[in-house]
Ligand binder design. Structure first.
Ligand SMILES: [Mg+2]
Length: 216
């Protein structure tokens, strides 16, 4: 495998946070009389909060909230989300330390705000990544390739030498249009919704086993 760097999405890949995100959004948008399922949130994963909200209001034929209303909505969502304790997926620290020992640089590339990263990521784990890209670092979030392209630039690797680990369709689209290799984890949705990835893994353990036998 000609992989010079490994880039990780955060939610659903490093931290088991998607149920909390979905729960918080469902509650906040419920106040607007909208009944949402987890999949309404999961399928938009990777979009910024602003884009997801716009997209949901448009889909439901409702007027899109203005800037002030959106800020209030996001505040409520963040307050609810930050009440939850978010855990790392098993194997994450072991896998990151193993990659580090092989001298492959790593990046954490997320559509979340820096504030959410600070909430969900223990500092010790965050320091295992060489580069961090958040919503504040890009003009166009996933599914645009910008976040992953920018991370590759900071790492000093060509995107076609990068392996990206994702869990959501928008993230996979971003990774593939950046020209990178993309593996997906079935942590939040079934493989049939992740079919654009180059390889699909049931969980972190099977991904780690594969890397151990294929990464040079
Ligand atoms: Mg994700």
């Amino acid at each position: 495998m000609m992989v010079h760097a490994i880039l990780f999405d955060m939610d659903g890949v490093i931290v088991d946070s998607m149920r909390s995100h979905a729960g918080a959004w469902k509650q906040v948008l419920g106040d607007y009389g909208m009944v949402l399922d987890d999949i309404d949130i999961l399928k938009r994963e990777g979009m910024s909060g602003r884009q997801s909200v716009e997209d949901i209001f448009i889909e439901r034929g409702r007027p899109v909230p203005d800037e002030d209303e959106f800020r209030l909505l996001l505040q409520k969502k963040n307050a609810l989300f930050e009440r939850d304790r978010i855990s790392l997926f098993p194997q994450v620290v072991t896998m990151l330390s193993w990659i580090k020992k092989r001298n492959k640089p790593t990046a954490l590339v997320t559509g979340s705000l820096r504030r959410s990263v600070a909430h969900v990521m223990p500092g010790g784990v965050l320091s295992l990544f060489d580069v961090l890209i958040t919503a504040e670092d890009v003009t166009n979030g996933k599914p645009d390739p910008e976040p992953y392209v920018k991370a590759c630039m900071r790492l000093g690797v060509e995107p076609d030498r990068a392996l990206i680990i994702e869990n959501a369709p928008m993230g996979i689209r971003s990774a593939k249009s950046a020209g990178a290799l993309c593996y997906a984890l079935e942590t939040t949705m079934p493989g049939r919704l992740l079919a654009d990835a180059d390889r699909i893994f049931r969980d972190h353990e099977s991904l780690f086993e594969f890397l151990k036998s294929h990464l040079d």
